[in-house]
Structure formats: structure tokens, C-alpha cells
Design a protein around this ligand. Sequence first.
Ligand code: DGL
Length: 281
Amino acid sequence: MDDRPIGMFDSGLGGLTVARALIDLLPGEDLVYVGDTARFPYGPRSLDEVRAFASQITREMVEEEGVKLVVVACNTATAAALEGLRYRFDVPLVGVIDPGVRALLSVTETGRVGVIGTVGTIGSGAYQRAVEARRSLTLSGRPVTLTCAACPGLVELVERGETQGDGALVLVERLLAPVREAGVDSLLLGCTHYPYLARIIGEVMGPGVVLVSSADETAFEVRGILSEAGLGRRTASAGSQRWISSGEAGAFVRLGHHLFGPELDQAEHWEPPVICRGEMP
Ligand code: DGL
């Protein structure tokens, strides 16, 4: 048994969708969440830059916060950094891409599936590789045809709190055109911000398309690792949450409260040290 907290990070507030799933599944665990809002968004940045940010935050959580496991609750950071982080840090690291692909391939009936994400995530090819790693087959053995679409602008809508309205609808319609035309029967929301836009995305895709989020499957993976490694928290009391933002804490609480709910009522500020060019913190 291990009473240390679980660490989790995202470029901003999108990872709160994963935090919600984790808290619901493992209510007794303590959680430290870092939203890197000062350097948000990660999607348009180079993969090297995202790798450096992810490494810096993971180091902070492992060495200063003493976490027992880190959830990279950001597709862009998972695509850019997960493998490298596993090599550099001696705690279990869980990303959101493999759990998302598992969930996607378990729900499709036709094998025609779609993934939407940031420019960084889709451009990295990480989803294409994760599907290939499952030999491009659904759980029932059907061949998979994957259509990916980068959706610049959606994350910014969420971080502005504009999850409804005509402006959002027009943008979503335009960005989702490739996956609609491909006739997918299941669509993975390959960015942790997108579940907040699920209503509009569902409207645009139509009732025949299943929307899949990686949040629940990621939480299941964390539970599996904790139980296999004997790292679960000892006490049965409700776990606590600490919310940390590299940006302005007040703004994080205002929007976090709106997206996550009343439990997110205070946040701390963390100032990430400046990273020199080419340095891997
Ligand atoms: N929420 C992040 C993801 O899952 C990315 C948002 C951003 O561009 O920073 O990819």
C-alpha cells in the first residue's frame, strides 16, 4: 500500500476530464493536478518543446510532490513525450493514447473509425502507430480503416469557456468534414479538451456515430497498475485534490470551476523555471 498522491498534468484544463474519471473510479486516492496554462496551448508547438515541458512538470511532481504515478492527461504531451518520460523517471507513467485506441477499437462495428486531435498529436502519427500496433484490427478481428483530422481552434474554444453557440458549431462542422465524409461509426476525441465539446461534436456527427473519450479507459489503466503493483492508498477515507497552475491561479479556478464543478475551488501557482534552448529539464 502507498499513500503518496497520483500526479496528473495537461497543458491546461482539458485534463480535468481525465481527473474526473479518475476521482470517480478511485475516490480514495489523493491527486495533484498541474495545468500548464502559462504555456498553453501545446498543440501548435514543436514536439521537442512539448517534450521539455512534459519532462519539467514530471520532474517537479516526482521530486517535489513525491507522486507515485504520473498520468499524462494530454494527447499532445503523450504523443511527444511518453516514451522518453518512461525512460527518464522511475515511477509508472500512463498516457491517454493507448487507452483511447483500446476503447475506440472495442466499440466500432464497421471498423471505420476516426480520431480528432491537435495539430501536434495528429501530425506526430502517434494514433496511426497505436492502431497499427494492434495490427489494425478491431477487438472482433475486423480490419480497421482510420481517418484522422487535426482540429486547430477547438482547444481555444474550451479554454475560453465557449463550449456552445453558433461560432463553435460552424468551426466544428468545418473541421469534422473529413471524418464525416469517411463514414466513421466511432470517433475518438483524441484531445482531453474535446469531451467539453461533445454535445456539438455529437450534433455534427449525427446519432449513428459513437463518441469515445479516453478518460474512463485511462482511469481503468491507472487502477490496474496500482492494484498490480500494490500501490493503492491504504485508508478508506475520501482522497484530496490539489490543483496547480503555471498561469494565473484565479483564472484557472474560475474556468476550472465551470468545467469541472464546485470541488475545484482553489488553485496554487507554480512558476516553471525558464528552459534554455535545447535543454531537457
Ligand atoms: N489537451 C491537450 C491534448 O489532449 C492539448 C491542448 C493543447 O493544445 O494544449 O492534446
